[in-house]
Design a protein around this ligand. Structure first.
Ligand SMILES: *Cc1c(COP(=O)(O)O)cnc(C)c1O
Length: 397
């Protein structure tokens, strides 16, 4: 399984457990953690050959670490990319993708409602260097088309979107990007490769926060950029090795262990989330439920075509306003009140006053985030316990 040329014959679950592993002379079963900053050369000539790039091999762990490399090869195999670059966080994955692929004067078209820090990165930091961003509704392909300018270089999106779980047509956006000479970058954090493979649908680059479902147990921050050798292996890798937001070998090892169980965990998240969504739909105190697995979801068919499962994220509107939503949240004893997602532990949050609290009321309304909206990232507890935890508050509103 160390020979990536042979990896294509294996299914996703097999790649998740095996891809990229190279056993050392110790014959270890589990991948070792190479906790070393630098690597020793046999001679001055070998050092020179490594530094010039004539000879491949380890030099310094900012850009060549064997444990990190196994994680990169494994996630590249899962996403179906030629190459992956591991990063210190999901945000640094997005940053190094931008540093590698963009220059001053370029323009980004992004979907509305991408991760909050992504919006701040685009608006406050990339803008300082002459890169502008326009925002469009995720599911409106005509709006994407109209927003593209001659200097547009990237189309950027997340699907399903958080918290309302709208689903973008990845193949349609990829076709549009290529017709217009742009690259499509997809943030695949919410589904992961276990449920959705954007590169297969035509996206050029995938970014992912490994902090969420890939670790899956709320322990470590990290990320990755996955795509072709040309963009990721040259442009993005070049930006990472110089600017330095690299993944630590310890976290790479945690994420390797996370990838090994990713498929079974994602399936369990999906089963729990669908059960909870269907139950919420029947509660008199619930006005509306947003979950791609429900037949009432506007992009249910697209999600069924494009994804292997509907994911662990759902949201719902409680009858009443902010107070009713807060009551449901405050009556929970099990579900954690936190904005994180992708953990075995279920989390609950009030988007209008937390993740989307800095938007103006008008911008929030335009994004469809109402004051009575509650988001749940459904974990792996028994779903009956989760229902009981929400029923306590719902019976009081
Ligand atoms: C969390 C998250 C990020 C950022 O990842 P970090 O690891 O927190 O830096 C980016 N995109 C999405 C969709 C996320 O949920």
């Amino acid at each position: 399984m160390s020979d990536s040329e042979h990896d294509h014959q294996y299914a996703l679950e097999t790649l998740a457990v095996r891809a990229g592993q190279v056993r050392s002379h110790e014959g270890e079963q589990s991948e070792p953690i190479f906790a070393t900053t630098s690597f020793v050369f046999g001679s001055a000539a070998e050092a020179a050959a490594r530094f010039s790039g004539e000879q491949p091999g380890n030099i310094y762990s900012r850009f060549t670490n064997p444990t990190v490399r196994v994680f990169e090869q494994r996630i590249a195999a899962l996403e179906g990319g030629e190459r992956a670059v591991a990063t210190s966080s999901g945000m640094s994955a997005i940053l190094v993708a931008c540093l590698g692929l963009l220059k001053s004067g370029d323009h980004i078209v992004s979907s509305n409602g991408v991760f909050g820090s992504t919006v701040i990165l685009f608006n406050n930091y990339l803008a300082k260097f002459g890169i502008d961003t326009s925002y469009v509704p995720l599911t409106d392909v005509d709006a994407w088309r109209s927003a593209i300018r001659p200097n547009t270089r990237l189309l950027f999106m997340e699907t399903p979107a958080n918290p309302l779980t709208e689903v973008a047509d990845i193949a349609a956006l990829a076709a549009l990007a290529h017709e217009q000479g742009c690259l499509l970058v997809a943030d695949n954090t919410v589904c992961t490769a276990a449920l959705q493979r954007p590169l297969e649908l035509g996206a050029d680059v995938v970014v992912v926060s490994a902090t969420k479902y890939i670790d899956g147990q709320g322990r470590a921050i990290g990320g990755a950029v996955i795509g072709r050798e040309k963009e990721v292996g040259e442009d993005v890798y070049g930006a990472l090795r110089t600017t330095g937001p690299c993944l630590s070998p310890f976290h790479a090892w945690l994420f390797l262990k996370g990838l090994e169980t990713l498929s079974v965990r994602m399936q369990a998240h999906c089963v729990n989330a669908l059960s909870l969504a269907q139950w919420l739909e029947q509660q008199p105190a619930v006005e509306r439920v947003y979950y791609p697995g429900l037949t009432t979801h506007p992009q249910h068919e697209l999600a069924t075509r494009q994804q292997r499962g509907y994911g662990g994220l759902l949201s719902f509107e409680v009858r009443g306003g902010r107070d009713a939503a807060w009551k449901v949240i405050d009556q929970t004893r099990l579900i954690s009140i936190t904005a994180n997602l992708g953990d075995t532990k279920s989390t609950i949050t009030h988007p209008a006053t937390t993740t989307h609290g800095r938007l103006t009321p008008e911008a929030r309304a335009a994004a469809g985030i109402k004051d009575n909206l509650v988001r749940v990232a459904v974990g792996l507890e028994n779903v009956d316990d989760l229902k009981a935890d929400l029923a306590r508050g719902l019976s009081r509103v």
